[in-house]
Ligand binder design. Structure first.
Ligand code: CP
Ligand code: NVA
Length: 310
């Protein structure tokens, strides 16, 4: 049975540990697997990307494969009755499955990626949807693991918009024991179903608060992301008004542990959700996070291809 990675919770906690081990070994050059030798992957991007596109394309080549980059001109799938579509999900998925060994997709609607994955006979990886950004969060948890030498019960304060990055932290907390605090306004809370699922799982300590200091107090990690995500640029003004008090600055991180990690998935809007002095300060690991996207995605691909063989 082929396996997909559309959400962090598509892996079990045991598999996350396997991916971390593989990632660490590849990063240190201890192993150089070539599971994509003589194979090709397609990277479908409906939104802009620097880190995700480059890290996938480079990673796929390092695993022995070829990568093709396509956009909305080539790939515009939809439901059978969607007049806007170029092709029905099933038809596009079947065509790709006959030529391609791995599909990476960044798009808007998460349900579209689920439809594609349902019909595709090769693994599908979510490179960001409006709901989730799982490769980012698995990479970030790997960065925390590298720096803190542990991941269980690490206290992570996410400040800002309850967006795809925030939802993926919550999703991760449904399988990995974390002490997760979300600091956001009442109007910018994360996805209700994702919150409920994480709370129901009972694996992690989860706090949702509208007070930034309450989220950050004594935290091991202080994390933020842009106030308005791709595709929501028209909401920027209103979100900025609601989220200004959640800005990650030196005053706020003063409430976290002295050796806290300051994290941001990037791209950052310096001076908005994060200040220069914090992003460039001694606690910041933002560029290690960016680099680890390459390593973790190779780990995810190796794991998925191994598990897809059965
Ligand atoms: N963090 C991240 O996904 O960056 P890009 O949007 O540049 O890919
Ligand atoms: N939340 C951001 C993440 C960018 C990597 C967005 O979706 O635009």
């Amino acid at each position: 049975m082929k396996r997909d990675f559309l959400a962090v919770s598509d892996f079990s906690y045991k598999e996350v540990k396997e991916v971390f081990k593989l990632t660490g070994d590849m990063k240190k050059g201890r192993i150089k697997p070539q599971p994509l030798k003589n194979k090709a992957a397609v990277c479908i991007f409906h939104k802009p990307s620097l880190r995700t596109r480059i890290s996938f394309e480079v990673g796929i080549r390092q695993l022995g494969g070829n990568s093709l980059y396509i956009t909305r001109d080539e790939f515009k799938l939809g439901e059978k009755d969607d007049p806007e579509k170029r092709e029905w999900y099933y038809d596009g998925a079947e065509v790709l499955s006959r030529m391609i060994d791995l599909i990476v997709i960044r798009t808007f609607e998460h349900s579209g990626v689920e439809e594609l994955a349902k019909f595709a006979r090769v693994p599908v990886i979510n490179a960001l949807t409006d709901l989730y950004h799982p490769c980012q969060i698995l990479g970030d948890l790997f960065t925390i693991f590298e720096k803190k030498k542990r991941i269980e019960n690490v206290s992570i304060a996410f400040l800002g918009d309850g967006n795809n990055v925030c939802n993926s932290f919550l999703d991760a907390a449904s399988l990995i024991p974390l002490d997760l605090r979300i600091g956001t306004s009442p109007q910018t809370m994360p996805d209700k179903n994702v919150v409920e699922k994480a709370q129901k799982a009972g694996v992690s300590k989860i706090k949702l608060t509208n007070y930034p200091i309450e989220a950050v107090e004594n935290a091991d990690v202080v994390y933020t992301d842009v106030w308005a995500s791709m595709g929501q640029e028209d909401l920027y003004e209103s979100k900025a008004r609601l989220l200004r008090r959640f800005q990650v600055n030196s005053q706020l991180i003063g409430y976290a542990k002295k050796d806290c990690l300051v994290m941001h998935c990037l791209p950052a809007h310096r001076g908005e959700e994060i200040t220069d002095e914090t992003m460039d300060g001694k606690n910041s690991v933002v560029f290690d996070q960016a680099e680890n996207r390459l390593h973790i995605q190779k780990g995810i691909i190796v794991e998925l291809l191994k598990k897809s063989k059965g």
